[in-house]
Design a protein around this ligand. Sequence first.
Ligand SMILES: [Zn+2]
Ligand SMILES: [Zn+2]
Length: 103
Amino acid sequence: MVQCAQCGRELGQQGEDQRVASISGGIMGDEYIESYFLCSRCGVYTVEIYHDRFLGEDSVSVRGPVPRAEGDAKVKLIKQCSRPWDKRCRCEAHRSYFGGWLD
Ligand SMILES: [Zn+2]
Ligand SMILES: [Zn+2]
């Protein structure tokens, strides 16, 4: 469950507040999955970052509110990849999104 970082409303359930895009990347043996949720009330994004540690506990953190323009740009980038769920993907979009951190 993700709550809007601005208004606290629950997102990702149904209707207009569905998950917009998510991308997975492998960094130093760990996996990161970043999911963008758009709050239809606030018009800002909340980003859920799931960190799957190779050693140790998984953790989930939330970033936001992310301004609409910034979030739209990230979502657009993610949608350029045909396999955003694949942490081994090394396409332009993945490299651009995660920078030089990919394994
Ligand atoms: Zn909101
Ligand atoms: Zn990719």
